[in-house]
Design a protein around this ligand. Sequence first.
Ligand code: SAM
Length: 450
Amino acid sequence: MNLNEMKQVLGTRAIQLTKSLGQNFLHDANQLQRIVAVAELKPTDKVLEIGPGLGPLTELLVAQAGEVLAIEKDARLVEVLRQRFRTETGGTPALRLLHDDALDYLKREPRDLSDWKMVANLPFSVASPILVELAQASRGPRRIVGTLQVEVAKRLGAEPGAPDYGVLSLLVQLNYEPQPWFKIPASCFFPEPDIDAAGICLVRREPPPLTDEERKAYVRIVKRGFSQRRKMMFKLLKGDWPEQRLAQEFERLQLSRQVRAEKVSLGQFTCLARNLQGPPPIMSAEIFDVVNERDEVIGQQPRSEVHRLGLMHRAVHVLVFNAAGQVFLQKRSMSKDRQAGLWDSSASGHVDAGEDYDACAVRELGEEIGLQLSAAPKRLFKFAACAETDQEHVWVYRCEAEGPFRLHPEEIERGGWFAPGEVTRWMAERPEDFADALLLIWKKVIRELR
Ligand code: SAM
């Protein structure tokens, strides 16, 4: 449906558009195709469309998906759509039209949309509340694709410390991973909106990071934490949780009591919710074996003492490769006390007291990326403890797996597959992006791969 056809339909029926309903119709064929492409539709897909308007997107959805449920609030447009789809397609069994307020519809009863996709040119007036409703549902759509205000798109993908980071970012990012957004010029709409529009795509995280109960605590913490942006989060949360319990959790996550919510990461909010929802954790100090230059155990000390005194101890690094020869790297969470936010091996960690290297490698793979191995991965080489390894004797392992992995939200911000040559080039250009140990390990790994 092009611009002339739109104007004709509206003119024939003398429909005056309603600004409060965000009636800016998308007539640009390229942008419509782009949105549908991002939705990656298959003939078996079920699609929810909010605000079909005159139906330019609806016709593409009906052509490519198995089932479309379109909810439109404006009765005049519902009438146009009924006629249009009946006359043009002889009645479309794949399309179900509902005359309703989509937000009310979603709120009225919790719906299982877990095997649906949502694709829509959203009315700007209700875009954010609709996204929040969908993103917080325990069974939200697999993929959310749509157009909305650039300003909202920025908030969806914002990271801690950014001016756009806030409640909307955290409520959406808990269950969804925002993909890069693209700008849609105002000239692609009729009438042209006063502000810029963006195409967005959110992909549901699998499995959900929190249970339903934990998610309720998460929403409460996020909303309370941002209720007064300039105030310290600890003080704000004291209104909802006992101070001692909070202090314990902040310490466990190495969060300063002075921190403001705008600096707290998704992983840290997720952990707070999980821990504050459940029973108080038993504060067990991590204990490491202390070893000598020959890697013989000579004692045991808590982690904090081992690091404070620079005592020799043990660690493992595991590199996971896929069949295409790519290596999986993880970006360490900003909540980590060491090397926060840097790219590191697929999984790594300290060997616990009484544990051996092989058992530690299997445990770290399971804990950090959800990869369960029944036997130890292949040993590649060992580094003796030195200043560069932070006084760790390090065994480096490799194994083969294809993913996808379940990344530990407290430990890992995100992960990705990279060709070895790409990693080498990236390290040469921006060594500051990588954990020290990986920089050291990678030089040797590359020699072994040749
Ligand atoms: N999909 C059409 C297009 O791409 O041209 C129309 C998009 S227009 C931006 C938003 C549409 O949502 C309008 O048709 C408007 O009437 C409808 N709408 C506004 N608020 C709504 C609500 N709460 N529930 C359902 N539809 C709504």
